[in-house]
Design a protein around this ligand. Structure first.
Ligand SMILES: N[C@@H](CCC(=O)N[C@@H](CS)C(=O)NCC(=O)O)C(=O)O
Length: 231
């Protein structure tokens, strides 16, 4: 296992939480891969590689396995889990498995996409997004009751899906000047965040927070220029 070398390529970019998920899943499985960095700054200048392998969404990450592209991070993780059987990522219990598949995209929409939208919305819409983000954090706090990781005693699908929180949320909070992950309000999530950052394959893969803050500040500026102001 893990000796496929160049047969596995991860098409991504350093700043993307969706890409990290896939990298973590590959690392957990011990699969060797080549990282193919994309310049995502200009939506009109996507590489021909990305356009060829993700013509529908034109987004990263894309996993290339023996030249075959798999897109959408949560589907990619499931593909990885089914392809390399050691160190299972998804729960084996069918009910737990179904629930993990239910929560991951829901929290993506409420929390990750909600936070992105928060960086460029204002007024009533901003309040709505903030409420949704708090609701999502509360849901995560509930899920962690009696557990070390979302996956139980060890890192699983939801830990990998939510693994961006410890670093990316902090950077987004700084850009939006809002403190979301309050340890008093979300003590279990706070403990989990610290624990996840210490997981061996996560620890060495993270970029410093200030680099992400600079990136999100630029992202916010570009989105604010695009978004019509509603006052
Ligand atoms: N649902 C997708 C989201 C991926 C995504 O939004 N990727 C961003 C980078 S963080 C991207 O490629 N954006 C480019 C664009 O929207 O044109 C997934 O889970 O893979």
């Amino acid at each position: 296992m893990g000796s496929e070398g160049q047969e596995v390529k991860l098409v991504g970019a350093w700043f993307s939480p969706y890409v990290y998920r896939v990298a973590w899943a590959l690392k957990l499985k011990g699969v060797q891969y080549e990282f193919v960095e994309q310049n995502m700054r200009d939506p009109n200048k996507r590489s021909s590689l990305l356009l060829d392998c993700n013509p529908i969404y034109k987004k990263i990450p894309v996993l290339l396995h023996h030249g075959k592209p798999i897109v959408e991070s949560l589907f990619i993780i499931q593909y990885i889990d089914e392809t390399w059987k050691d160190n299972p990522i998804l729960p084996t219990d069918p009910y737990e498995r179904a629930m993990a598949r239910f929560w991951a995209p829901l929290i993506d929409e409420m929390l990750l996409e909600g936070l992105k939208r928060m960086t460029y919305t204002e007024g009533e819409q901003l309040m709505k997004e903030m409420k949704q983000v708090s609701n999502a954090l509360q849901l995560l706090e509930e899920m962690l009751k009696g557990k070390k990781f979302f996956g139980g005693e060890k890192v699983g699908f939801l830990d990998i899906a939510f693994g961006w929180i410890p670093i990316w949320l902090g950077a987004m909070e700084e850009v939006a000047a809002i403190d979301f992950l309050n340890p008093y309000q979300y003590p279990l999530l706070h403990i989990w965040s610290n624990k996840f950052k210490e997981v061996h394959f996560v620890k060495d893969s993270l970029y410093p927070k200030d680099k992400l803050v600079r990136f999100f500040n630029k992202f916010r500026e570009s989105q604010l220029k695009l978004a019509p102001k509603k006052i």
